[in-house]
Write a protein that binds this ligand. Structure first.
Ligand SMILES: *Cc1c(COP(=O)(O)O)cnc(C)c1O
Length: 384
């Protein structure tokens, strides 16, 4: 993901950035407030951010240092480890795969539904072995697809479900927010996500055993250290019963997240309005397929199109960049990476077919409708 790469040089050329953080005076004031107190650890702001998120989701949320850590701890806390296999779409950020392999488990690359690019559970079913323990659906672009279907597939096969909801902060499904139902959902607050805390993430679940393990494991496994820190104390006399990590969130980050959560309704509406406007501008072009997301309920993190028969996507991307339009590719499939290569894998038909034809267009709250019109006009003329 282009996390603001070359942002400075490109913005000086007035490039419409693919994605960016959108912060204002409130975030700056909040950070200054924490700096003034000269305590940057996990204290009052993190506690408050967790409370605000728990209210948002109607379920406990535990904050961690980033979305990858949220996934890693969620998996570990569900008992996933060495010798286990986890079903996951190949078409995702490498973070999903790294989180799985970090536990010692094997990520098993699965195919996606061509209509939404989310996990195709019927394909995943073919890849179940006696070692399969969990499934990690990835809410690609903010859409969850037929999540009910994934949950019943998981129930039938006795699998845990850990949702990679990094793209889906704010999306609702059957009238309920992603994270407010289901087993375990993991969110990211990195710089370009639907809300940011600079770096950050959270695990949301009502599974008490998972919550307690995540709370401890984020603080090097020190039992009940969270309660101590929220009381402004430290644990000097403690025990550790499992592998932990230094994955807790800092007050500096939480202060940004708290402000972002306040302005989320407005930023979500912008994302939805812009994505719908892209759909309108691109409808009717023979080679451009936009994915059918319902932006009444989906809060889109990225705007992805498929360009049928595009021969040289890199040339197209360079042409668009010359015109001041930064684009992206979500994603290079993970089964093609050296570290995750598996010579025995049966073909990922849809992933292999669409991957060279996907293109992500700029989407963040500072894009304007005028920008969208310009981007679509330039894209269409570059194709024609
Ligand atoms: C951003 C992202 C993550 C990881 O979040 P970080 O906060 O960057 O660690 C995981 N999965 C997907 C699909 C993401 O887009």
């Amino acid at each position: 993901m282009a996390k603001g790469v070359n942002a400075d040089t490109e913005s000086s050329r007035k490039v419409i950035r693919l994605s960016k953080s959108c912060v204002g005076e409130a975030e700056k004031r909040a950070v200054m407030g924490v700096l003034d107190r000269e305590f940057f650890g996990m204290g009052a702001e993190v506690k408050q951010f967790e409370e605000a998120l728990s209210e948002f989701f109607g379920r406990p949320a535990v904050c961690v240092v980033n979305g990858t850590a949220a996934l890693h701890l969620a998996l570990q806390s569900c008992g996933i480890g060495r010798g286990d296999e986890v079903l996951v779409p190949s078409l995702t950020y490498v973070a999903s795969f790294q989180a799985i392999s970090a536990t010692g488990a094997k990520p098993v690359a699965c195919d996606v539904d061509p209509k939404t690019l989310v996990l195709d559970w019927q394909d995943a079913e073919q890849r179940i072995t006696p070692n399969t323990r969990a499934v990690m659906p990835v809410h690609y672009a903010g859409d969850v697809g037929e999540l009910d279907g994934i949950y019943s597939f998981a129930r039938m096969n006795g699998l845990r479900v850990i949702e990679d909801a990094a793209h889906a902060f704010g999306t609702t499904y059957h009238g309920r927010r992603v994270g407010s139902f289901g087993e375990v959902a993991c969110f990211s607050f990195d710089g370009i996500k639907n809300i940011t805390s600079g770096e950050g993430g959270c695990v949301v679940t009502d599974d008490e055993a998972v919550l307690q393990r995540v709370r401890d494991a984020r603080l090097l496994g020190v039992i009940n250290d969270t309660d101590k820190r929220y009381a402004g104390q430290r644990s000097w006399d403690f025990d550790v019963i499992e592998q932990g990590w230094r994955y807790h969130m800092s007050d500096l980050m939480a202060a940004i997240g708290l402000e972002q959560l306040q302005r989320f309704p407005e930023m979500a509406a912008m994302r939805q309005k812009l994505a719908s406007f892209y759909d309108t501008c691109l409808t009717g072009h023979a080679r451009i397929e936009h994915f059918a997301h319902d932006y009444e309920v989906v809060v889109p993190h990225i705007y992805v199109i498929r360009i049928h028969g595009v021969r040289d996507r890199e040339a197209l991307r360079s042409r668009l960049l010359e015109l001041g339009i930064q684009t992206g590719v979500h994603y290079q499939p993970n089964h093609m990476l050296t570290f995750y290569h598996d010579s025995e894998i049966s073909p990922l038909v849809v992933t292999d077919m669409v991957t060279s034809e996907l293109l992500s267009l700029p989407l963040h709250p500072d894009v304007t409708k005028h920008d969208v019109r310009y981007i679509c006009d330039q894209l269409i003329s570059a194709l024609d």
